[in-house]
Design a protein around this ligand. Structure first.
Ligand code: ADP
Ligand code: MG
Length: 376
């Protein structure tokens, strides 16, 4: 087949490009749930219902009581790069919303059977059901009964990407497990937001998987999700890291991307909860680890490694429960690293890790190290 004959270089058709790119934004079941839940949180919801059918293979529905969508936005809502959250490139440095690229809804149109039902407070008990074409173009609207808020329904995910669909079917148990872990993270960090997650297997009954109430702090959220026993096994994290910028070259530095980062505040706070380092006690907590940057759930492999290393030096036999929210200047990190927005680049990560390890060691040293009588 090579070399390709003809020498005709063509620009891919727009629809083709859209489908190719969509598969990078929505890579798996987690991406769908992440994007929809983040949209609900961005819309100011205080109640979010996530409903799976057949672990998400048949459908995923996210219903919120947020602001709803204005009729003047119906035409553009699912078009690529249409967003209500970012009006200039400069806004990217001080980002406070989860979304900013306007790619999730348009990608879901390309990869599933997709519709929205939405109503604003002024719309009364009547809302609108919106149907879209694969391109994200509005196909039609119809009147539908609806409370204030938005419901987004995604059916037959990856129906037009046969390899990805087969993989999803094959690995659905594992994928579903990952989705629940992600939802635990959103439910625990979202103070003042009620979450309810349910699943319905074909011919089975709808089962509530977990739920939280509108709580005043993350502590109650954790109790709702993981049970009161878990809380007893935890110690509060409230660390203030004064960071000295590291001298060595840092490949993780966001400096080249954003020169403003150098002028940003160097203080990072770490708030949350972690298993007590005492042998035996941490066992009451599940082996769960959740990391956030300014309440944005994310994978932070190096930070996670630092936490686990320090914990291991106090307790070799157990793996800790960790719920850690890193609070820092919005200029000090970059979320626009990968199309699925899961990777976060931390400015001056080396200095942060050093400072974190020292502060954690101090915290654990101040804990009562004596082995309980029952363990002797
Ligand atoms: P982004 O979140 O990056 O803006 P999305 O494709 O996820 O892009 O959403 C496009 C737009 O649709 C959002 O900017 C927002 O205005 C609107 N939207 C999406 N989901 C909701 C929702 N649940 N409630 C209200 N508006 C929504
Ligand atoms: Mg979004």
């Amino acid at each position: 087949r090579f070399p390709v004959e003809g020498g005709v270089i063509e620009c891919s058709r727009e629809s083709q490009v859209h489908q190719i790119q969509s598969g990078q934004v929505i890579v798996d079941l987690c991406s769908v749930v992440k994007e929809l839940v983040e949209n609900s949180l961005d819309a100011g919801a205080s109640s979010i219902d996530v409903r799976f059918k057949n672990h998400g293979l048949d459908s995923i529905e996210v219903q919120d009581n947020g602001n709803g969508i204005a009729p003047e936005d119906f035409e553009t809502i699912a078009l690529k790069h249409y967003t209500s959250k970012l009006s200039s490139y400069e806004d990217l440095t001080g980002l406070e919303t989860f979304g900013f690229r306007g790619e999730a809804l348009s990608s879901l149109c390309a990869l599933s059977q997709f519709h929205i039902v939405t109503a604003r407070a002024v719309d009364g008990p009547k809302g609108n059901k919106l149907n879209f074409e694969i391109s994200g173009k509005l196909k039609g609207t119809s009147v539908a009964a609806a409370q204030k808020g938005t419901t987004v329904a995604v059916e037959n995910l990856f129906r037009n990407l046969p390899v990805r669909r087969k993989e999803l079917e094959k690995n659905i148990k594992r994928e579903y497990g990952k989705v629940l872990a992600l939802l635990h993270a959103y439910a625990c960090i979202s103070v003042g937001v009620r979450f309810a997650v349910s699943d319905q297997m074909p011919k089975g009954k709808k089962v509530v998987v977990f739920s939280t109430k509108i709580n005043p702090s993350t502590k109650e959220n954790i109790v709702n999700v993981f049970g009161a026993k878990t809380m007893l096994a935890l110690v509060k994290l409230d660390l203030k890291l004064e960071m000295q910028p590291s001298k060595g070259p840092s490949t993780q530095s966001a400096r080249s991307w954003n020169t403003q980062a150098d002028t940003g505040s160097k203080e990072v706070q770490v708030q949350g909860h972690i298993s007590k380092p005492i042998f035996g006690e941490g066992r009451q907590a599940p082996d769960r680890q959740m990391f956030f940057v300014n309440s944005r759930p994310c994978g932070l492999p190096q930070v996670s490694k630092a936490f686990n290393e320090v914990y291991k030096s106090f307790n070799v036999s157990q793996s800790p429960f960790i719920f850690a929210n890193l609070i820092m200047d919005t200029n000090a990190y970059d979320v626009n690293v990968s199309p699925d927005k899961r990777t976060i680049l931390l400015h001056d990560q080396t200095a942060l890790l050093e400072s974190l390890k020292a502060a954690l060691t101090q915290l654990f040293e101040s804990q009562d190290q004596s082995v309980p009588q029952s363990q002797l």
